[in-house]
Design a protein around this ligand. Structure first.
Ligand code: PRP
Ligand code: URA
Length: 209
């Protein structure tokens, strides 16, 4: 079974409070989402592949480790996942970025795929699927299935806020995938929104509605 990691570093908890607050303006919301994504990237890359290179310190030659950044790919789920990309790229600038376009049908809550574009070598990379919200788990599951259908096998999922229903859905459909969340909330409401959550992540990031 893949790992379930709750990234509850005090800095993340602090920033998440302002992300959740309905009075936080779009500009601050966007910046904070990026900052939490950076902090979570630190945790998710804990086992990232390293390679060795020879350098000279002022004192001696040595073999030293560098991140094999070209081995990592980010796959934001559109739209809201875009808000986390730059924050992660700050730590892993050589990661490539693919995109999966999905939206939830607001009545059925079923994900509808409208776009997919992956790096040509996606199958050789560790892919981090990113989305601020894991609610029913339908979108994340559809994204992970779309990647597996295209031969990608080394997958991780990073979300800011998850509902227990979404965690359960992903872990039962994709038990091989490690899941990183900043907060695990109480439940979903009758509209499929996470309670207490942060509202609609895409709308808050992009100032729509
Ligand atoms: C939101 C969110 C996730 C999805 C989570 O996207 O960003 O992708 O809902 O819900 P689920 O776990 O029940 O599938 P939304 O469909 O609102 O699209 P948007 O990012 O374009 O706003
Ligand atoms: N999508 C969101 O943006 N927010 C939720 O609470 C659930 C799904």
């Amino acid at each position: 079974m893949g790992k379930l990691v709750i990234c509850d570093h005090p800095l993340i908890q602090h920033k998440l409070t302002f992300i959740r607050d309905k009075n936080t303006i779009t500009k601050d919301f966007r910046e904070l989402v990026g900052e939490v994504a950076t902090l979570m990237a630190y945790e998710i890359t804990r086992e990232a592949p390293l390679e060795h290179t020879t350098i000279e310190t002022p004192v001696a030659e040595m073999e030293s480790a560098v991140l094999s950044g070209r081995m990592i790919g980010l796959v934001p789920i559109l739209r809201a996942g875009l808000g986390m990309v730059d924050g992660i790229l700050q730590l892993i600038p050589s990661a490539k970025v693919g995109h999966i376009g999905l939206y939830r049908n607001e009545e059925t809550l079923q994900p509808v795929e409208y776009y997919i574009n992956l790096p040509t070598d996606a199958q050789e990379r560790m892919l981090i699927v990113i989305d601020p919200m894991l609610a029913t788990g339908g979108s994340a599951n559809a994204a992970l299935s779309a990647l597996k259908k295209r031969g990608c096998t080394h997958l991780k999922l990073m979300v800011l806020i998850a509902a227990p229903e979404g965690v359960e859905a992903v872990r039962s459909a994709h038990p091989d995938v490690d899941l990183y969340v900043a907060a695990l909330d109480e439940r979903l409401n009758e509209h499929g929104y996470i309670v207490p959550g942060l509202g609609d992540a895409g709308d808050r990031l992009f100032g729509t509605k």
